[in-house]
Design a binder for this molecule. Sequence first.
Ligand code: GDP
Length: 193
Amino acid sequence: MRITNSEFIISAVKPEQYPVDNRVEFAFVGRSNVGKSSLINTITNRKKLVKVSGTPGKTRLVNFFLINDEFYFVDLPGYGYAKVSKTEQAKWGKMMEMYLLNREPLKKIVLLVDGRHKPTEDDIMMYEWVKHYGGNVLVIATKEDKLKRNEIKKSEKRIRETLGMPDDEKLIFFSSLKKVGIDALLNELEKEL
Ligand code: GDP
């Protein structure tokens, strides 16, 4: 698959604003700073489709992008931002539930973890939560360019063990900087179309 067209549709604050055309959706989620905006910009071949904001005030927005006029990328707010208040965290949780539960067009949740580090408690919670609700998850390890070849193997083992991933579940290493993993990721998504 090649992405030839991508268009920002809406920053939704409530479910009534989500698209109703039933096109397939792929959601992206991960810790703040994991490289989520960069990844979406890289695979859509756009410099600023997703604006890099990182501001805690934006933690409740669910951003929809129409891709190839065929399906949506849904950019979910990052978690684990150190300076976010308990109230804001609770709102984040509520927003996630509102979107992830009962979202019929959602075919895959792309969970991004930092390839350089052991997945955090938040990452583990997110992975387990998605699984618990029967979601179809695809784990992506970001910033592959920061790792040497032998470190990639170690990182893969650490991520798989920490998250408790089954052996047959895909784990894709990705680099926005070096454009690694784009085809592998798009191929996985294409299977759902
Ligand atoms: P987000 O908060 O998850 O949307 O993360 P961003 O895409 O804004 O990236 C966070 C930081 O990580 C920025 O400083 C990026 O330049 C950096 N970053 C993102 N992707 C990569 C990558 O593939 N390789 C490296 N080395 N740095 C990256």
